[in-house]
Design a protein around this ligand. Structure first.
Ligand code: ZN
Length: 117
């Protein structure tokens, strides 16, 4: 998924993206293995394409979007016993941004971020 994209439907299946979960935000060079730079995919189509590729936490952008929700994309790709990623500071910064964003929308609890903050 690209920030600032106004695309309303999944580039692969055509589902309305307001109704289905979105693919994680990947680093640009990794995303290009999945779709065109400005394409948006739903989570299902992303996971289907991800089966053939070894996607890991290192491929995810450390951004608030990937930390949002329970489980978040961060949770899905960071195994319980794995060491913290080398870019943990970037993830902590993203978590702080998300916590700030969630203060504007208090119905969303940031408690699941406690392991990063
Ligand atoms: Zn799709």
């Amino acid at each position: 998924m690209m920030l600032g994209n106004k695309q309303q439907s999944c580039a692969a299946c055509g589902q309305n993206l307001d109704e289905v979960p979105l693919a994680p935000m990947l680093h640009d060079e990794v995303w290009r293995q999945f779709a065109k730079p400005h394409d948006t995919l739903c989570a299902k189509c992303f996971l289907e394409r991800a089966v053939e590729r070894r996607i890991g936490l290192r491929d995810l952008r450390p951004c608030p979007f990937n930390l949002y929700g329970v489980p978040s994309w961060y949770d899905l790709y960071h195994a319980e016993a794995a060491p913290l990623p080398s870019n943990i500071d970037a993830w902590r910064s993203a978590a702080a941004s998300l916590a700030w964003i969630e203060k504007l929308a208090p119905e969303v609890s940031p408690s699941h971020l406690s392991h990063l903050l």
